[in-house]
Design a protein around this ligand. Sequence first.
Ligand code: AHR
Length: 513
Amino acid sequence: MQTEVHVARHDPVGRISPNVYGQLSEHLGRCVYGGIWVGEDDGVPTENGIRMDTVELLRDLNTPVLRWPGGCFADDYHWTDGLGPREERPRRRNMWWTQGRDNLPEESNAFGTEEFMDFCEMLGTEPYLAVNVGAGDPDEAVDWAEYCNYDGDTEITRLRAKNGSEEPHNVTYWGVGNENWGCGGRFSPEQYAEQFRRYANYLRGFDRVMADESLELVACGHITDSWNRRFLEHLAECVSFGQGTVYNLLDHLSVHRYHHSGSDTEFTDDQYYRLLARARQVGEDIDRAAEALQLFAPGTDIGIIVDEWGVWHPEAVFDNGLEQENTVRDALSAASVLDDLNKRADVVSMANIAQTVNVLQCLVQTNEDSAWPTPTYRVFDLYKQHMGATALRTVVDTEVRAVKSIGNEFNADSEHEVPLVTASASEQDGQVYVTLSNLHRDDAREITVTVESDGVTIEDAQALFGGLPADLYSTETNAERFTPEEIEAENHGDGTVVVDAPAGSTLGLSVQV
Ligand code: AHR
């Protein structure tokens, strides 16, 4: 069967927020301690304790936004612990995770707000902080916002100056808790709606009077439809106060989605395709959240954030700091998630893969003396050209593979069809960029891409993973095997370009229109 990808330039979806290509860095395993922060370790070059090999790799991705300090860790974190002379900072519990090279459930607080801001500055990335709702209080959250964003003279801003930052950090994104239906306090949607209203009320109040009304507040949602609907309905159960509706309290609603099938490096064909089918659920989660927002808060422009997503294999457990191998299969699933995020540019305001370094579907892995990119890193690198461009409606006509449901994993449908080719496209400055993946494990295929235009000039065509087995994973010594290769693309005129996509590969095709 011929595979066709049609790029409808007359049908723009919306601007792809650069923040879709964000990440989560949690105090978990060797993400922060070991992967980002090593203090005065002389095994790797550092600046202010931050390892520069990690920084250099992430800089090349133009990492737009970093969510921190969690994850579950956020709802038991007290930000004031991470300030001042390092030797005086309190050593606390990390009740959720073991971490660092010693792999202990303890938090040294060596990496705190100032170190995180330093890291963000080195990367040129926006910070996104998650406040403590489960075990904290609104006052603590607002104090953190004052510390980060107030430009006046208070005890808190003097503390910031004492810690080396005269100028505010101007943090825009504030998550009101994390997974508050679970590790973040086990609230019901109604209870969380009350907590959210309370926290958001004070954060907004601070921002209105003492800053520049630029805070963007993120409410914690869930992938089940009923959570989001109950939360949104209950949020409005209060008397009206101030201008506008209570929905003005939130700028974004977040959902999380992890998937796996088989083990990290061993999987049957069925498990290979099942993982890819499960990855497509991210798009369905977004559609359901968008419907709930449409129902309860029509006319608002509340964005949807997927601030944790990725592959979570059974090998990644508490005892090993959620480490797993990172294969080509994982990277292909990331490409298909990114296509689904791009295609929903009209509603998706951010996404954060879990996690930046060493943990889960990380982009960078490290050991004592080096850092290297994972296959998923290569996908992010190939896709970065979409950031800030206008997504174009993209229709893929392809063969599918049926995967039988286990239980009600695909919303009770007994079979789920995985399209064997996934694609998305965007336009910026007269250039159309198409990313597509041939997800077939064994067969190469010819793909005809039609871009609505009288004609195009091919600028670049690259492929990732051609000829590599789906279970190949990155190590310190083989990371170069996952770099992209230039491929042939034939220009057939009238905007039609034909490419050969190897089995299990991801392509980036750039054309001038
Ligand atoms: O990313 C690992 C964990 O997964 C996060 O701490 C939590 O939010 C989610 O359940």
